[in-house]
Design a protein around this ligand. Sequence first.
Ligand SMILES: *Cc1c(COP(=O)(O)O)cnc(C)c1O
Length: 511
Amino acid sequence: MGEFRQAKWEEPPIFELGAKGRIGCEVPEVEEEVREEVGDIYSLLPPRMIRDKPPNLPEVSEVEVIRHYLRLSQMSYGVDLGPQPLGSCTMKYNPKVAEEVAWDRRVTNLHPLQREEFVQGILKALYELGLWLCEIMGLHKVSFQPAAGAHGELTGALIIRAYHRDKGEERDEMIIPDSAHGTNPASAAMAGFKVVRVPTDEEGQVDIEALKAAVSSRTAGMMLTNPNTLGVFERRILKITAIVHEVGGLMYYDGANINGILGLVRPGDMGFDIVHLNIHKTFSSPHGGGGPGACALCVRRELADYLPIPVVEYDKLRGSYFLNYSIPKSIGRVRAFHGNVVPLLRAYVYLLSLGPQGLVKVAKLSVLNTNYFMAKVKRIKGLEVPYGPQIPRKHEVVISAGKLKRETGVTAEDLAKYLLDRGLHSPTIYFPGIVEEAMMFEFTETETKENIDKYVKALEEAVRLAYRDPSALKSAPSNTAIRRLDLVRANKWDTFAPNYRKYLERVKRRA
Ligand SMILES: *Cc1c(COP(=O)(O)O)cnc(C)c1O
């Protein structure tokens, strides 16, 4: 991989390109005979409703449209361009064979309202994908209704609520470790639960004594991810699930990133009752601007009656697949139709092409890659691996730049921006919140040793520069199309509002 420099040109919005009357494709003139035969049909439209000006759309030629979007694409960084070790995001290469199938006309021309007998192929693919994912997770039944990970969490939390209500129990507390992904407490709260936090011990794992103190007859369940967001496998997972089950709670597994355990261990065997999988992460679909995502929500047999409708089923007698809408205690629908089918189909192709052995290889290689990276980074003075640096990580590792910040003033954000200048994608920063100046790296199975070495070298040089000339890092990035953004302002509506207002005015002026 050579040095990559992001294209840096100024590209205005497409509304500011082109000129009045310029067009991309010509509509042919109508023959006089046709006009005469039909007569004036427009007089049928109420005059009040006929617009006096044509719609306000960009007027650009075909070549201008192509150049505009090609330029935008060159200002963007993606996994097809270089490594993207964004922790908790699993940015692996998406094999193109899955694209071929997902964009086949026989797929894209399907409509969700088609009759079941005409769509047996896609129903079969969804049914089999569900079976395989349940087999990999060690659970029994699946729903593809939720649109992505966080939506799966909400759906799972609603199932937990329905399950307890059905048993006549009022349980209003959801236990969540302090290292959890922010969507976990948010989803639990949206489903009406009070969030009870449990701390992480010095080895990066759930503090068992604190968990024991937290559970009670109010406990509806616990949301956990294992390996957790520090990349550490919870050694006492069987104990954890037993503690929650003993008080009548359910175990929810955040399976957004399961690269580290694919085909090796199963959440069902750990004692989990519900798992959501981010199809777009582990099972390979472009995401992060390339959406949409998809979710598989796998549950234990006892919870199958609460799944959202419809669920794809197989009728053995008829030998055909169908959508089952009559699930006795279903929580109802959580979105329109049957889930995001294109990413699901990609996952189907991905699993078919990997096979069981390939799946195990994915897990082993991604874990090796991340531990190789960790071993190298541990030698960089100024960076630290908090929470048991001697414990091997799974798919990801969290590094702290806390010491570096205290000694030089250079922050995790500064390092991330410097990496952009080197043509590398930054890690995830400031998550999880329990690590000071956190930088979270995830090198997936599709990354090469050369790329990991190159990444480590860039990081090493950044840290060396921090000790020599910290101001050089404060001014990074300078090679990118957009320089440093104000992270707070970039997330606030007040920032967008003036630009949005300006945009609306521009549209109005043109109308
Ligand atoms: C990405 C992620 C989620 C949220 O998934 P979305 O598909 O973005 O909604 C939840 N938990 C973890 C650990 C994640 O990495």
